[in-house]
Design a protein around this ligand. Structure first.
Ligand SMILES: Nc1nc2c(ncn2[C@@H]2O[C@H](COP(=O)(O)OP(=O)(O)O)[C@@H](O)[C@H]2O)c(=O)[nH]1
Ligand SMILES: [Mg+2]
Length: 329
């Protein structure tokens, strides 16, 4: 699937550009208003960010082979990602490790770096078990990548793991949100339901009862919005059977905001964390920060907009893969 974004003045321009570049099969996935440089110039005209998707091969749209082969081509641009350990304990451990190997940190080999990372993460919640449940609910602030990540997980589970996957969205607030997920469901050829309010939730879950896996997309909200937080909580309470809640956090979030998110979303009693937008940062400091400030495991690491390829299970190999082994200590 090709995903392409355009920043335009109006939808007409978006459709013309998408049709020209992607052809008439391109489908609208998402549209949102953005204010570029609004801080510097409050009178600056609002623009729209519009996302189109194009199925590359219609039948089957995504195959096991396309997913596997594309998985090999990863984040070439991520060379030299910095480990960036802010904590003194981590630095002490590094010095100890280096003295055992009689080397400076920059002289450690690929395997030694990996060994050190294993030591560093050994006693953290990073290594806890983190499997999907029958029902999986993604929550988190606006724009962190909840819907995109649901599409990535749905594709992995249905294409690679041959699971019967169903999607539900309760995000009926934002214009285009329902269509965004519906498009992915259509491309993956999996069932999709919209729960407009809490009373519809039971019925929607029953409709998907034969699925091995149900993924639920929720409305994005500010962590300070008590009303929406409690609304999402009521939807979650409607999930019978075994369910898991995943808090999605973008790596681009600053530390103060991460504190607030971890703190406020604890009201939803989330089970695991998904980190997105790793491709947009230069070091892993926010990953350590999240690990050090939350008792929950990290389930997935997402490193780009490409559905379904830019998602990895969170483990040490993934960190090495994302940095192409060129982890700067
Ligand atoms: N660079 C990058 N962009 C991402 C990633 N995940 C999602 N996005 C983009 O972030 C934007 C918001 O994503 P969306 O899934 O709609 O976020 P939601 O509001 O939380 O559902 C879209 O432009 C996505 O393509 C990622 O891992 N890396
Ligand atoms: Mg969304």
């Amino acid at each position: 699937m090709i995903i392409k974004k355009y920043i335009v003045d109006d939808m007409k321009e978006a459709f013309i550009r998408a049709k020209y570049e992607l052809g008439s099969d391109a489908v609208l996935v998402d549209q949102r208003n953005i204010k570029q440089g609004a801080k510097l110039n409050p009178f600056k005209k609002k623009r729209i960010e519009v996302t189109f998707a194009l199925e590359e091969d219609k039948n089957p749209i995504l195959t096991e082979n396309t997913v596997k082969s594309e998985n090999k081509v990863i984040a070439n641009s991520k060379k030299g990602i910095k480990l960036n350990m802010d904590s003194e304990t981590a630095k002490d451990k590094l010095m100890h490790f280096c003295s055992l190997h009689d080397k400076n940190p920059e002289d450690l080999t690929f395997d030694e770096k990996k060994q050190f990372l294993e030591i560093l993460l050994k006693d953290t919640n990073f290594n806890q078990k983190k499997e999907l449940s029958k029902i999986n609910i993604l929550v988190g602030p606006t724009g962190v990548g909840k819907t995109t990540t649901i599409a990535k997980i749905a594709a992995r589970e249905s294409i690679l793991n041959k699971n019967k996957v169903g999607l539900i969205t309760i995000d009926t607030y934002r214009i285009g949100a329902v269509e965004q997920l519906r498009t992915y469901a259509r491309i993956l050829n999996i069932p999709f339901e919209v729960a407009n309010d809490i009373s519809e939730m039971d019925g929607k879950l029953k409709k998907l009862k034969d699925c091995d896996l149900i993924l639920i997309d929720t409305l994005g909200m500010s962590p300070n919005d008590d009303k929406k937080l409690s609304e999402v909580s009521k939807f979650i309470d409607k999930c019978y059977l075994d369910y898991k809640t995943f808090l999605v956090i973008s790596m681009t979030t600053d530390k103060l905001a991460i504190d607030n998110i971890l703190n406020r979303y604890s009201a939803l009693n989330y089970d695991s964390i998904i980190i997105t937008k790793i491709d947009e940062v230069l070091d892993l400091s926010n990953l350590w920060y999240i690990l050090n400030n939350s008792s929950k495991p990290i389930a997935y690491l997402c490193n780009g907009q490409d559905v379904p390829n830019d998602i990895r299970e969170a483990n040490i190999d993934t960190i090495f893969e994302l940095s192409e082994g060129d982890l700067v200590l």
